[in-house]
Design a protein around this ligand. Structure first.
Ligand code: NAD
Length: 377
């Protein structure tokens, strides 16, 4: 079975879907692995490191993709890559089925068996394959460092001969995987942290990290599978009204709120930003899915009366070495779950295979992807 890893073509994407250490695991399982020349360079992984691990480094992706039985990528493939793949090949990557309708349809038309990491069921057995979590965790960590770098204040309380400095106040909105990692990181830096989520189930986790859980007199918005459900405009407007005073008191606000397959909910309005003290910083981790903050511009830093809003895109790519390492393990574990005695063995009675498969045998087979595509169009 041949596994191919092309260099990512999305501008700004520095991660690679397979690192040399993980390639060794695939090779030990009887697979033949090739990577495109320079595939790992932007993640500080040289071609020689892959060769040392037993990987074949190919000058160009074309032939390698054409003969591959499985292709591993970070970002969804482009049309030009899909047309190179052979019918029946397996593709594993982030596919963003909600926004990549054309790509998903093209994968089906080309007879590719594609798996979207966004659709992986969040069951215990799939935790080691959960790339959404590994990458969200990295984003939550980095969001705090970005905020600390831009804040004109210290995070910890400091007692100096020149006087005592109060600790920074950090508010984390959305306490899922990214939010919890942001809370832990901000606490490690010594900030006073509070957090809010529409799922009260996270209260204990927030508190166990040493942060205060903000409870608002609103009904819970717990949806399926531990995720939040889509909220009404009426709910969100009440939420903004109630959370306003907490935002105004904060030096740093980190927003991570998301509802799978939907535009990110609007949590912080223009007026709420204007109510913050100059010098404060907002990091909007939902920038790429519409933003949790009204004034966020994806990929840009915005200054609103001295308040900085960071809408950095693709935060995991800014730590490409570690995020590639984690991603590679996630992807390799998912692939190996579909391999028996060195050959592809697709078992659609396996919840993991069935849940994450988007296209197979010329069709879009995932109900969830169909739903997301329907909602998007
Ligand atoms: P996500 O990225 O979809 O959303 C981030 C957070 O935003 C969620 O906690 C959500 O409740 C919150 N949110 C949505 N709307 C909001 C609003 N209006 N205001 C404030 N917060 C809002 O979620 P995620 O981080 O991927 O994780 C969701 C859940 O899945 C968590 O409970 C997590 O622990 C769980 N999970 C389980 C597994 C597993 O293997 N069992 C693995 C990973 C995650």
């Amino acid at each position: 079975m041949k596994v191919a890893v092309p260099k990512e073509s999305e501008p700004g994407e520095k991660r690679v879907a397979l690192v040399p250490d993980t390639a060794k695991t695939l090779i030990a399982a009887g697979l033949e692995v090739s990577v495109e020349h320079d595939a790992g360079t932007s993640a500080y992984l040289a071609d020689e490191a892959y060769e040392k691990a037993g990987v074949k480094v190919e000058d160009r992706a074309g032939t390698m993709l054409h003969y591959a039985d499985a292709v591993l990528k970070v970002q969804a493939p482009r049309e030009s890559e899909i047309s190179l793949l052979k019918k029946g090949a397996v593709l594993i990557s982030f596919l963003q089925p909600a926004t990549q309708g054309d790509i998903v349809r093209s994968l089906a038309q080309h007879g590719i068996t594609s798996f979207s990491l966004e659709l992986l069921p969040r069951i215990s057995r799939a935790q080691s394959m959960d790339a959404l979590s590994s990458q969200a965790s990295a984003s939550g960590y980095k969001a705090v460092l970005m905020a600390a770098d831009r804040l004109g204040k210290f995070f910890p309380m400091m007692m100096t001969a020149a006087g005592t400095v109060a600790p920074a106040r950090v508010l984390v909105m959305g306490a899922g995987v990214a939010g919890l990692q942001a809370i832990a990181t901000a606490r490690r830096l010594g900030a006073v942290v509070s957090a809010y989520d529409v799922r009260p189930a996270v209260k204990e986790e927030v508190q166990s990290l040493g942060a205060t859980f903000i409870e608002l007199p609103l009904e819970t918005q717990e949806g399926e599978g531990g995720y939040a459900r889509e909220q009404s405009e009426e709910f969100l407007s009440k939420q903004r009204e109630l959370i306003g005073e907490h935002v105004a008191k904060s030096d740093v606000v980190i927003t991570t709120a998301a509802v799978p397959g939907r535009r990110a909910p609007l949590l912080v309005t223009k007026d709420m930003v204007k109510g913050m003290r100059p010098g404060s910083v907002i990091v909007d981790l939902a920038a790429e899915t519409g933003g949790n903050v009204e004034l966020t511009q994806a990929g840009k830093d915005v200054d609103v009366g001295g308040v900085t809003i960071l809408g950095t895109r693709n935060v995991p790519s800014t730590m490409a070495l570690h995020t590639s390492q984690l991603y590679a393990r996630n992807v390799a574990n998912l692939l190996l779950n579909m391999v028996k005695n060195g050959a592809l063995h697709l078992d659609f009675s396996d919840e993991i295979t069935k849940g994450s498969c988007v296209t197979h045998g010329g069709e879009i087979v995932s109900d969830r992807a169909k739903q997301l595509l329907g909602a998007a169009s």
